[in-house]
Design a protein around this ligand. Structure first.
Ligand SMILES: Cc1cc2nc3c(=O)[nH]c(=O)nc-3n(C[C@H](O)[C@H](O)[C@H](O)COP(=O)(O)OP(=O)(O)OC[C@H]3O[C@@H](n4cnc5c(N)ncnc54)[C@H](O)[C@@H]3O)c2cc1C
Length: 814
């Protein structure tokens, strides 16, 4: 094919809405040397048949920011390209049928206000006023988002392709990429064996925008892109007389959405158990295809819809549509550079929100490619959050049955996925299970979240109010605060950094000083060049040339990737050793007595002070103890070789009988850490949060030689903080905080909580969040009055810049 150049700066694989957006945005940044290759025709995969709902509100601020950007972009496309995108702002109504769902929506409305999205709680009369056809007899409440809208997905994609072409991109159809080439860990190009004629392009960057083919295209490059296609249904009625423009209507309790389009209704479904599709590969000739209809599958949704929208009973069905869309294990799309292949980027797996996400995702990805680093925190969607096992097809098949429906399911706090569980188990799993652990999942790990009492059902009863484990958590927290508790932290990511240059490499990557004696544990962050926090870890010097980096379970891949990228050619070996050791945390004022009861070693401050590790004997086994804490008490994390883990567990349990040692879960760890104002990565601290504004200046040592982010730290010191991370405690002990609730300062929304939990010891819900403070002293920040908005209600809060629990850390260093 002569029009295909032999070399390009970037090759994009896939001409759906996402690939077109990436091409559009790269050319906007001045990359004219861009080639988009589409195996058949533009939009012929999933894009052409999308319903075209374009909402603004997502579950985090940056995702909302991207969705808002998308909408604004689409509004300008018609003027820019002359292609009619059908975009309009007809607003959207979400209708709740239960009090719990109403609370979810009202909490969502509060969050929307914090994120700058226009929203109104509306009563049922107002719903009827705006949407006369809907039956609200059994409804509980509703919200209205005036700026939500809808558009024509195929034309939106074609308009972006046209915009890209106008700035020099080549957009070529009928070219199916069959191989991705690489050398020295870096992508070098793609080739195709079929189509018009075989060929190859050398490229500096390759972007996988292959939608539901994304998994397969990833495999061509040895890159894990976990997603699976599912059948996705809607019906379109015959024209209904008198039907004119209406807002989009969502009734999540009935798994349904309604869109008025050209005088017809489109009714779409997010059923609880969906139908995975394409297990044996997607047919080679798939192009603008539909899947066979399945009326039995759709019928339960239609039945409820006829009650909800009685006009449907008499409207004929014009189209019964079933098309495939890709779903990821956590219902978030995949964006960013592959952890294991430089310059190979991914934007795929859009979980039925690809149209409303494509503009922002394309913009963010193009900027990432241009800058060589994320333009802002994209942790929710960063491809490096995925674990290797999540590429397993059987796992994806099982999980995808659930993820489609989860989009409209109740989004209760602490809700756990029900499918594809039990894949990563700690060495203590069976012991914990036998002691009535109730497990949650993180990065595939089964983790004991709380322990049921004798006679209590060992399962969650979800709610927005106090859940069934509230008093269990209170008892677990009491054990940690007043006696001793033990919890399993085996899911910690554990990365060994070894070799002659280990110290130098870590000194360059970490904000803290790594030139410490063997046995020292250093709490530190990996900073980016903006001083933002890429990782929050402890690093233990195990030997002169060996360190152990301990990270949260969910970020092990990302953190290891950061280490490898920045190690360059240095003489270090970086190895994931997560599964090799189980970890038990023993925490509380009686922790030392317990340790002393099971080990002949010395746990005194003289021998094992806070922030040090030592090898110990424990009954007949060996372990390494780290004296650190995330709950703000005296305690040790015990690292035990997996083969001896059960023996050590039983030893501690036996000795603990004399002390009333209590097994504790992850939920209570969170309750404890938030009382102590310990930051949680991904919530309170992220790539967007400057380490000084996060209140972590104590962990940064600018007097050591250069490290990534040092200049940004010095600059912030010079110019002063613009935000401060403040801890809040509600004055009313009843309401609960989760995160994203707006913070009001003297009556005005100034931010939102980055995390929230219940402090059983302090006796109220506790949260943390950033408060703008440019040019202000600490006293000025604290002199204001604060409230937190919860589901539309403002609740007074005390504010503090010092931890509300044990501000002088007197309990930790005893
Ligand atoms: C019924 C239904 C309703 C939906 N409603 C909405 C909605 O209301 N709002 C919303 O935001 N989203 C909606 N979606 C989701 C949305 O359609 C998708 O998320 C979006 O279209 C995904 O775009 P994409 O570019 O990632 O994938 P695609 O559109 O599938 O594009 C991928 C392209 O890659 C090409 N390709 C694959 N392999 C190769 C290769 N080897 N070489 C070259 N090219 C290749 C394919 O041919 C395809 O054209 C809906 C989806 C469905 C099924």
């Amino acid at each position: 094919m002569s029009e295909i150049p032999s070399k390009a700066r970037a090759v994009i694989i896939g001409g759906g809405v996402v690939g077109c957006s990436v091409a559009y945005h790269l050319t906007k940044l001045g990359w004219s040397d861009v080639v988009l290759l589409e195996r058949k025709q533009l939009t012929c995969g999933t894009t052409w048949h999308a319903a075209g709902l374009i909402g603004q509100l997502r579950a985090s601020q940056n995702m909302t920011r991207l969705a808002k950007y998308t909408q604004e972009l689409y509004f300008g496309l018609e003027a820019e390209t002359g292609i009619s995108t059908g975009i309009k702002r007809n607003g959207s109504i979400s209708l709740a049928l239960t009090e719990e769902r109403k609370e979810e929506m009202y909490r969502g409305a509060s969050m929307a206000r914090a994120f700058g999205v226009e929203v109104e709680e509306i009563d049922l009369a107002e719903v009827k006023n705006r949407y006369p056809h809907v039956n609200v007899d059994d409804a509980a409440g509703a919200i209205f988002l005036a700026k939500d809208g809808q558009g024509d997905p195929a034309n939106i994609a074609l308009a972006m392709a046209k915009g890209a072409r106008a700035r020099g991109a080549k957009v070529l159809e009928g070219v199916k990429v069959t191989a991705v080439h690489q050398a020295n860990g870096r992508v070098t190009g793609v080739s195709w064996a079929e189509g018009i004629e075989a060929g190859r392009i050398e490229a500096d960057f390759v972007v996988n925008c292959a939608g539901m083919w994304g998994h397969e295209v990833g495999r061509m490059a040895g890159v894990n892109v976990p997603l699976h296609a599912c059948e996705h249904f809607y019906i379109v009625t015959e024209p209904i007389e008198g039907l004119s423009q209406l807002p989009v209507l969502r009734v999540p309790d009935e798994c349904a959405y309604y869109k008025e389009d050209a005088g017809k209704f489109l009714l779409g479904a997010f059923e609880p158990v969906s139908k995975p599709w394409g297990m044996n590969g997607i047919p080679e000739d798939f192009c603008f295809d539909q899947l066979p209809e399945d009326f039995d599958h759709f019928e339960p949704i239609l039945e409820k819809a006829i009650n909800r929208m009685p006009i449907l009973a008499t409207a004929g069905i014009h189209t019964f549509f079933n098309g495939p869309e890709s779903f990821t294990p956590d219902d978030s799309y995949h964006l960013g550079e592959a952890p294991n292949l430089r310059n190979f980027f991914v934007a795929a797996g859009f979980n039925s929100i690809g149209i409303q996400s494509a503009g922002g995702a394309g913009m963010a990805l193009a900027q990432w490619m241009e800058d060589g680093e994320k333009p802002f925190d994209l942790g929710d969607v960063d491809i490096s959050r995925m674990q290797p096992f999540q590429g397993n097809k059987t796992y994806l098949f099982e999980r995808s049955k659930e993820t489609l429906g989860l989009l409209y399911a109740d989004h209760f706090p602490f809700r756990q996925k029900a499918s594809a569980r039990g894949i990563r188990r700690s060495p203590f799993h069976e012991h914990l299970k036998a002691r009535r652990a109730v497990f949650g999942e993180a990065a595939g790990w089964e983790r004991a979240n709380w322990f049921a009492n004798e006679g209590q059902k060992a399962e969650y009863a979800y709610s927005w109010k106090r859940q069934n484990w509230f008093s269990n958590a209170a008892a677990e927290q009491a054990a940690i605060r007043t006696n001793v508790g033990m919890y399993d932290m085996s899911s910690f990511g554990k990365i060994r950094v070894e070799g002659r240059d280990a110290e130098a490499v870590l000194n360059r990557i970490c904000g803290a000083n790594m030139s410490v004696p063997v046995g020292k544990i250093v709490y530190t962050q990996f900073l980016n060049t903006r001083g933002g926090i890429e990782a929050d870890v402890t690093v233990t010097r195990l030997a002169e040339h060996a360190y152990l980096v301990v990270t949260p379970a969910a970020t092990r891949m990302a953190d290891q990737n950061w280490l490898c990228r920045h190690a360059g050619d240095a003489n270090v070996v970086i190895t994931d050793v997560t599964a090799g050791e189980g970890v038990l945390a023993v925490m509380g004022p009686n922790a030392r007595i317990l340790m002393q009861a099971v080990s002949p070693n010395d746990f005194s401050n003289a021998v094992n002070p806070f922030g040090t590790a030592q090898e110990i004997e424990i009954d007949m086994g060996l372990a390494r103890v780290h004296r650190v804490t995330y709950v703000g008490e005296l305690g040790w994390e015990i690292y035990i070789s997996a083969d001896q883990a059960a023996h050590v567990f039983e030893t501690l349990e036996e000795a603990g009988r004399d002390f009333d040692l209590k097994l504790c879960g992850m939920h209570v760890m969170d309750c404890c850490r938030i009382e102590k104002a310990f930051r949680h990565f991904g919530h309170d601290i992220s790539a967007d949060d400057h380490v000084l504004e996060a209140g972590l200046s104590f962990a940064v040592k600018v007097d050591k030689p250069d490290f990534i982010g040092r200049a940004a730290v010095l600059e912030k010191r010079e110019n002063g903080l613009e935000n401060r991370l403040v801890q809040f405690k509600l004055t009313d002990p009843e309401p609960l905080l989760y995160h994203n609730e707006p913070i009001l300062r003297d009556g005005e929304i100034v931010g939102y909580l980055s995390s929230g939990s219940y402090g059983h010891h302090l006796g109220a819900a506790i949260g943390m969040g950033y408060v703008p403070c440019k040019g202000e002293s600490v006293a000025e920040v604290l002199a204001s009055s604060y409230q937190i908005e919860i589901a539309g209600v403002r609740v007074a809060a005390e504010a503090s810049l010092k931890p509300m629990y044990d501000p002088k850390a007197e309990r930790v260093k005893v």
